[in-house]
Design a protein around this ligand. Structure first.
Ligand SMILES: *Cc1c(COP(=O)(O)O)cnc(C)c1O
Length: 452
């Protein structure tokens, strides 16, 4: 027999439950039923930790379908979506042209384990947009991309040490799981058990937006540093833009010391501009890692850079890296179609909607006199309940995350699905029109006034 979960607390009107003689208006959450079922067979009921709502409380909504900027859950409730699958859905969900490209690709088979033209098309498009990339290798996730990029950097320099920044996330490979932003911050784990001291030994942590902390690491052991890896706009401690001169400083110190500079553009790549953050800031890395948008919502990752570096990878060179499903024709087709639709106009439109949201949020904050700041670059944005601008992970931690949890749930009740943690970016898509943005801003105002 099915257990029916009943909740009287929600503000959302729900279906009627017929219980024999009487009819009560109650809330039956199919999402709760599914979450109970999921927790029996999936760790935490999810396949990626932040989805479990631990940071904000409550029950994750199980999604039935998504279209444009809207999610519909299994209870038939609709939400304006600011997760955007954590970045890939920049065109909005289920874009007809992407679906068509996928259907055409699928008709020709879903995987070959042999080369196909779609891989070349996507590679050419990426290289055209990011001139610092001369050759590219596709993998299946951002994690794989950064892990492989570091292997390449170590091979190319003959050095072991990598420098990363507190609060930057580069996927879950062992050597990166040290002060790694959102997921980890959310769960209060300083580190992950299972990462050996051997893997952690060669990782150094510097402070984001603090060039002197980078100089300090170089002063100590400049001959041992293979690479500096950075999110050129941090998105995994919430949106924290790099300040003037910071990326330029990294470029200079790396060049000067024979260290490779890796831009992790898994999130920012083709999100913040047509050529990614490297175009926006005019600073070129040696190696770039990509993911998210370049798969159009299918699993993908990539790393690329100067041809001489990339030629060290097998089969041209000795650095081994392979993948059964790498360059998958469906992922290539969805990614290529997505990039084709991201022209100058698209970025102009994203900027207009994103600015409207930013300005509306700032107006809500000043009208209500509440303590919060909005940080935005392009179509990624975070509202921090912080009295000061957030410049690094320490500032992000000091924001009021309990308040964010209440805010998140109140927004959910009003039909707006934010990312379920205060350490995340909200993503705006081309389908977030004025009406949807204004509805979001009204909900925010209402909550600031009514939910302390
Ligand atoms: C999402 C993300 C990753 C990890 O990508 P996965 O596909 O989740 O493995 C790495 N780096 C950055 C900057 C990211 O935003």
């Amino acid at each position: 027999m099915n257990v029916i979960r009943v909740s009287f607390s929600s503000l959302i009107p729900h279906p009627y439950l017929e219980t024999g003689w009487n009819t009560f208006q109650v809330n039956i959450y199919e999402s709760e039923t599914l979450f109970d079922r999921a927790r029996k067979v999936l760790v935490g009921g999810v396949n990626s930790p932040v989805r479990a709502f631990h940071a904000v409380g409550g029950t994750p909504r199980f999604i039935k379908h998504a279209k444009g900027c809207m999610l519909t859950d299994v209870d038939g409730l609709n939400y304006i979506d600011y997760i955007g699958s954590w970045g890939p859905m920049i065109l909005g969900h289920a874009h007809p042209d992407v679906l068509n490209a996928l259907k055409n690709a699928a008709d020709n088979g879903t995987s070959y384990g042999a080369p196909c033209e779609a891989e070349i098309e996507l590679a050419e498009e990426i290289i055209h947009r990011m001139p610092s990339i001369e050759k590219i290798r596709f993998v299946n996730s951002g994690t794989e991309a950064t892990m492989s990029a570091v292997r390449l950097a170590r091979a190319a320099t003959g050095r072991d040490v990598i420098v990363k920044f507190a609060g930057c996330y580069h996927g879950h490979a062992d050597s990166f799981l040290i002060q790694a932003g959102s997921g980890i911050a959310t769960f209060g784990l300083p580190d992950s058990p299972g990462v050996t001291s051997g893997s952690a030994r060669d990782t150094r942590i510097a402070r984001f937006n603090d060039f002197s902390s980078v100089e300090a690491v170089f002063n100590n052991e400049k001959d041992r540093i293979a690479a500096v890896i950075v999110e050129p706009v941090a998105g995994n401690m919430g949106v924290v833009p790099t300040e003037d001169g910071f990326l330029e400083g990294l470029r200079e110190i790396c060049t000067h010391n024979g260290t490779l500079l890796i831009f992790d553009e898994v999130m920012t790549g083709f999100r913040v501009s047509k050529g990614g953050a490297q175009e926006l800031f005019g600073v070129n890395p040696d190696i770039t890692t990509l993911g998210k948008i370049i798969g159009g919502g299918l699993p993908v990752g990539a790393y690329g850079g100067r041809a001489d570096l990339m030629s060290m990878i097998a089969p041209e060179g000795p650095v081994y890296q392979a993948g059964t499903l790498s360059g998958n024709p469906l992922a290539m087709a969805a990614g290529f179609k997505t990039l084709q639709l991201l022209n100058e106009d698209a970025y102009d439109n994203l900027e207009i909607s994103s600015r409207r949201l930013e300005e509306g949020l700032n107006q809500a904050i000043s009208e209500t006199g509440t303590t919060a700041v909005v940080q935005r670059i392009g179509s990624m944005l975070t509202l921090f309940f912080s009295s000061n601008p957030v410049r690094n992970m320490d500032d992000a931690v000091n924001a009021d995350h309990e308040r964010f949890g209440r805010f998140f749930n109140a927004m959910l009740d009003r039909g707006v699905h934010l990312p379920p943690s205060g350490y995340e970016a909200w993503f705006i898509s081309l389908t977030h029109g004025e009406e949807v943005i204004d509805r979001t801003i009204s909900a925010v105002k209402d909550i600031i006034l009514n939910v302390p």
